[in-house]
Design a protein around this ligand. Structure first.
Ligand code: ZN
Length: 226
């Protein structure tokens, strides 16, 4: 028994040394697994189960899994695409934001106005204190969900940097709705001189240069009421 123990003991330090060396070597690449050249093309916020690409276009990276040729996120975070290596990964949000539910009223800033969709960077949820809301998620308002009236040209309803209030229609693809009279633009700047526009009838007027602009205006425009 003594001999057996002795034999084990002599072998033990060597073994431990090897495992420790191996461990520290493995830890280095793990910390830098997200390639540095992975710059988000535009911030795409996803939740577990969201489609982030296909196995045909990309290799599934950190935070994703492949199912039947499609790549899905396994975490809540932002999509990162390494164009050189064609790897799609999802970088998890380190802070845990409050869960956004359908029907929630959210506040966001317009970041992009396209032909059929307006992209909004979320900054808050009604009823949730600002300090608790730290996600930088992106949501979209489709042209059909802007207003009760027929909307043809989105650039007449929203402009980049507008602050909007909207209702969450769908959390799977973060679709928002502003058709309610309380929903829409809460604050907007003059496109010419950047002064805060003032609501006048159903339009917005610049008190400095007199420029008149149109928006899908919330009935709470300029009141600061959320
Ligand atoms: Zn102006």
């Amino acid at each position: 028994m003594d001999m057996e123990k002795g034999g084990k003991e002599t072998g033990a330090p060597e073994k431990t040394g090897k495992t420790e060396q191996k461990k520290s070597r493995e830890e280095v690449p793990k910390a830098v697994e997200i390639p540095e050249e992975s710059i988000p093309e535009e911030e795409i916020f996803v939740m577990p189960g969201d489609l982030v690409g296909t196995a045909e276009e990309f290799t599934a990276g950190e935070g994703t899994y492949v199912n039947k040729g499609d790549i899905y996120s396994i975490v809540t975070g932002n999509v990162m695409i390494d164009k050189k290596k064609r790897v799609v990964s999802v970088v998890p949000n380190t802070s845990t934001p409050p869960v956004i539910k359908e029907g929630d009223i959210v506040i966001g800033e317009v970041t992009n106005v396209r032909d059929s969709v307006v992209l909004v960077s979320l900054v808050g949820i009604k009823g949730v204190e600002e300090r608790e809301f730290q996600t930088s998620g992106l949501a979209a308002i489709h042209v059909s969900n802007v207003s009760d009236r027929y909307v043809k040209d989105l650039s007449k309803e929203f402009s980049i940097s507008d602050i909007v209030k909207a209702k969450v229609l769908n959390i799977e693809n973060m679709r928002l709705d502003t058709s309610d009279k309380f929903m829409g633009v809460m604050k907007a700047n003059c496109s010419r001189c950047k002064t805060d526009l003032v609501k006048e009838d159903n339009k917005l007027k610049c008190p400095v240069c007199g420029n008149v602009e149109t928006r899908k205006i919330s009935s709470d425009y300029g009141t600061g009421v959320i």
